[in-house]
Structure formats: C-alpha cells, structure tokens
Design a protein around this ligand. Sequence first.
Ligand SMILES: Cc1cc2nc3c(=O)[nH]c(=O)nc-3n(C[C@H](O)[C@H](O)[C@H](O)COP(=O)(O)OP(=O)(O)OC[C@H]3O[C@@H](n4cnc5c(N)ncnc54)[C@H](O)[C@@H]3O)c2cc1C
Length: 418
Amino acid sequence: MRKLRHSKRVEITLIDRRNFHLFQPLLYQVATGALSAGEIAAPLRAIFRRNRNVRVLLGEVTGFDLTKRRVVLDRLPNGGEPRVLEYDTLIVAGGSSYSYFGHEEWRRLAPDVKSLESALDVRRRILTAFEAAEVELDPARRAAWLTFVVVGAGPTGVELAGQIGEMARDTLRRDFRAIDTRSARILLVEVADRVLTGFPPRSSARAKVALEQLGVDAVLERRVVEIDTESVTLAGPGGEAQIVPARTVIWAAGVVGSTLAAALAGQSGAALDRVGRLPVGPDLTVAGHPEVIALGDMVAVHDEGGRPVPLPGLAPVAMQQGRYAARLIRDRLDGKRTPSFRYRDKGNLATIGRARAVADVKGLQLSGFIAWLTWLFVHLFYLIGLQNRVLVFIRWTFSFATHGRGARLITGAPKRPR
Ligand SMILES: Cc1cc2nc3c(=O)[nH]c(=O)nc-3n(C[C@H](O)[C@H](O)[C@H](O)COP(=O)(O)OP(=O)(O)OC[C@H]3O[C@@H](n4cnc5c(N)ncnc54)[C@H](O)[C@@H]3O)c2cc1C
C-alpha cells in the first residue's frame, strides 16, 4: 500500500482486523520482556494519515464473491451488520497462523507468539513460572516450574529459547532469593536432526553451541505427542516416549495459511497445498481472476510452467510481493506488461541472545557479534515509524549496558489452574 499511497489514480481501502501494523520479527522480544508492545506496532491510521486516497477500515474479512467483485466485512467496531465492499482490484495478504497438527486443545496449554496478545500471554507465563518456583516448597514441583519447553527450532523457537536462557542465566539471576534462576532447564524440541533447518548446517551447528552456552538444551529428533498442564510427552524416532514435567510450554512449530486462502480457494476452485496455502501464478494472481492478487505467507507462488517456486515464509518475501503488486497495478493503468515476480534473496538471520546470532547472506555465513550487529540494524531498519526505531534503539542500548529488561510486567488475568 505504501508504494501506491502517493498515486492519484488509485483509491485504496485497507482493511485489517487490527488497527495497527505489527512487526512480527520482534514479537519474541515482547514475549520475553525485552520490548514493550507499543514499540513494535504502529497504528495504521497514523501510517496513512497524510494519504487522502487511502481509507482504513477496522473489521474482519469473512468472505468474497469473486464473480460480483465483492468483499464481506464483518465484526465491525460498531457491532453493526456485515458490510459488502466492491473493488476493481483485490489484494489479499491474510498471513498465516501456527498449526497444532490436529491438536487444537494444545493451543490453550502451549501458546504461540503470533499476535501481541499471545506474546503478552507468553510473557505472563514465563515470569509467573519464576514467581511460582520462588514460593514452591516441593523440589520436584519447583523444578517443573523452572522447566521451559519451546516446541520448534526454527528462527522463532531458537530466538525465544535463547532469550529465556538469557533471562534465567543473566537478567533474573540476582532478583530471587529462594531459587537460583540459573538452574532453569530450557528445552528446545525439534523433530529434525538440527536446529534452524532453513540455514546451512554450519550455521545450525554454531547456533546450537550458542544455545548451549545460554543453558538451552536442543532436543532433536523428538516429536511432541502430548501436552497437559504439568508435563509434555516427547516421542523419539523409534516411538519411545519421554515425559518431561514442565509448567511452561511455548509453541513455535509449523504454520498454515490464513483462512482467507481457503475462502479464495473456495471461490476460485483452486486447491490449497498441504500447509493451507493458495496457489498463485507468476504474477501473484489467482487462477481465472487476474483482478485478484494474493501474497505473503498465505500463498504458494507457481512459475510459468505451473511448478511451485519454493519461497520461505519470511517478511522480505511478503514485502517484495507487496511492492510487486503495486507495480502490477501501476503497469496495468499504464497499459504495460509486468514481468513475473522474482524473489531477491537477501539472506537469513537469527539471533540467539546477547551478541550472538547467525547470518547467511548470499552464501556468506556469519556468526557471533558481527551477525548480531547485522541482525540489529536490519531489524531497526525495517521497523515501521521513526519513533519506534529510536525507542527500540535506546532500549537495546540500555539493555546491553545494564543486562536488564524493561518490560518484565505480569499483566492480564492469571489463567493457571489451582
Ligand atoms: C514470531 C515471529 C517471528 C518472525 N520472525 C521473522 C524474522 O526474523 N524475519 C523474517 O523475515 N520473518 C519473520 N517472521 C515471518 C514474517 O513476520 C511473515 O513472513 C510476514 O509477516 C508475512 O507477511 P504477510 O503480510 O503475509 O502476513 P502478516 O504480516 O501476518 O499480516 C497479515 C495481516 O492480515 C490481517 N488479517 C488476517 N486475517 C484477516 C481477516 N480475515 N480480516 C482482516 N484482516 C485480517 C492480520 O491482522 C495482519 O495484519 C516471523 C513471524 C513470527 C510470527
């Protein structure tokens, strides 16, 4: 949208069920008390305040009528009846959500960090676990409170586990009297045989060492088969089960496309792939509907020959596709042909904790402090809003110097069973 906002030839209606843009790559820092919620979110109305051709609507898209070129908008803030909006060109970028592999009941027991609310819930659970351990007299129960299980060793799982390790080893070390927070166990469970499978094996090995230095135990080739309020059950490749008493479980495994992908598939007759993504052509349009563009995490791009183009579920892919969609619309207005979408891979980054990160930039594999600095500046650069950039920079500088974390608040109603 930002690429079209200065164009006088287009009228844009931006619909979102949230009134803010959320910078998901830093959500895990909210979940671990390093940043506050407002520092990684920017109100949509503020972003487009000067662009008279952009109208922002708060509401949830619940359906489409591609034949009549209509979008159904529900859950309006005034509680009113659903509204129907008409369009010339429709762009859908509904993102993705975490998949619990058919165990929806685990969602309540092992929250993810996909939204601000869930990140704050995770923060509350992590901090409450340390508080609970402090007052727990039974050693076994205390150990369970001090055991944290993160499921999924992709970038989000690795970053989360590293941050919890850093909290336990460093930030909270002097804050408690009855417990030694450094005795906390942090298990990072992964079904593959290495962490960060999207990175080259050498970066995975380096990340594993950095995690170990923070007290994180990477439990590889293990699958979660059961979660309850007091434990997690893991199964090995041969099916052998291991019960781990743990009171805090965080989910960071496997994503599925937004329900909007299914809604568009139902209308266009397209078949979703096995992770719920909508197939789109090389120009990101939906089959049979050149006026409907879909992009980001919820789509699987196909080339001119109909073969799927493997693209990672990362922000640069979604952003480049957004820019491509803007170009496609401008070119159509100019009567020009737009070449197919091509992803420019600028590299992959993951941070593991203070001054530790791995980076894979065009074949160059970095790790340690240099990779961490790269990670820092890339994330600051892409954060929306000058105010947030300045605030986050100050917060990080301060945290680096003091080993502190400014947002260690337990907020929200406790949901723990007695
Ligand atoms: C915790 C976490 C960490 C990540 N870290 C990184 C990282 O370090 N680097 C990286 O490159 N990528 C990272 N990613 C991935 C990256 O954030 C996504 O690839 C990117 O945000 C996808 O963009 P998108 O526009 O497809 O979807 P999203 O950014 O998810 O946006 C979807 C939008 O659609 C809205 N929406 C959805 N459904 C509806 C509806 N029915 N009605 C109205 N509005 C709706 C949502 O409110 C949301 O604003 C991370 C993701 C997560 C969750």
